[in-house]
Design a binder for this molecule. Structure first.
Ligand code: GLU
Length: 289
């Protein structure tokens, strides 16, 4: 039997709420049931939104919930050379290209097009910078900030058909739905898709337990795993916790932070047991798949 390694990978951009607690508990429980490891990875690659005080708070919240993690905490901000190495590999194979577009220029181009194709994250990148000449690319790279985008059509044709295991089901990967995704941002040397793919493989995460909101991104992750010769983990996307308003939990929808529950005298052990057994606080529900 393969060794089970799961992880919880929060972005330290705010306080954890009940939805995070639910996800962390499921990943923790999965590892413990299989006598495996449960890792904590802090996804702090966004320099403007990540805050150290949120990291401290996340650790405090997890320990209040009784979730101990194995090994050292992994910080994405300390792993930038690994991401650069992967980008260099993809660049050697002509699978990525520099993109100089701004959000506004992309939006204008999309608006001007009669039928701009849309993917799970909104309108697809129209491919403007994919069509630049090598000469123009090198001139502009010296002078302008740029992101790096995956040439999706090339990547998909090199990779051929791919799939992943999600729970008991085999899912056909359709990364082309996302178009030319960004793998390194203008304001951060890596994007979520690339960092998460590399980090899960590097830490030997064989079972990814995470919310259904990240199901669609798996199409891209599966392709990147293949392109970078990384193993395909077994995914276990779980349904999201919904608040009394029927919407997925989010700070902006008023979901209470774990810290507030703690301060209001909620019993952590009881809360963890209740969440895992489906005995949710009044008004809360689990989304139907
Ligand atoms: N950092 C991501 C988030 O907070 C989770 C990444 C993942 O589980 O793949 O939504």
């Amino acid at each position: 039997m393969k060794d089970v390694v799961t992880r919880f990978a929060p972005s330290p951009t705010g306080r954890l709420h009940l939805g995070h607690a639910y996800s962390a508990l499921l990943a923790y429980n999965f590892a413990r049931e299989h006598e495996g490891m449960f890792l904590l990875r802090i996804e702090d690659i966004d320099p403007t939104r990540s805050k150290i005080e949120h990291v401290d708070a996340i650790i405090e919240d997890l320990s209040w919930l009784g979730l101990s993690f194995d090994g050292e905490i992994i910080y994405q901000s300390e792993r930038l050379p690994l991401y650069a190495e992967a980008l260099a590999k993809l660049r050697e194979r002509d699978l990525i290209y520099p993109c100089f577009c701004t959000r506004a220029s992309i939006a204008a181009e999309v608006a001007a097009s009669a039928a701009a194709p849309h993917g799970p994250d909104g309108p697809l990148y129209p491919g403007t910078c994919r069509r630049l000449s090598g000469q123009e690319r090198s001139t502009r790279m010296g002078a302008e900030p740029h992101a790096w985008r995956l040439d999706m059509a090339q990547a998909v044709s090199q990779a051929g058909p791919l799939s992943w295991r999600d729970g008991d089901i085999e899912i056909e990967a359709k990364p082309e739905l996302f178009g030319d995704v960004v793998l390194a941002r203008k304001d951060a040397p890596v994007s979520y898709h690339l960092a998460v793919t590399i980090d899960d493989a590097a830490a030997g995460v064989a079972d990814i337990v995470r919310g259904q909101d990240l199901f669609a991104a798996t199409h891209v992750h599966r392709l990147l795993q293949h392109l970078l010769d990384l193993p395909a983990p077994h995914y276990h996307h779980h349904p999201l916790l919904l608040g009394p308003d029927g919407k997925r939990l989010a700070k902006r929808n008023g979901a209470p932070a774990i810290a507030e529950l703690r301060m209001s005298g909620v019993d952590a052990r009881q809360l963890a047991t209740d969440l895992l057994s489906g005995a949710l606080p009044a008004g809360y529900s689990v989304a139907t798949p």
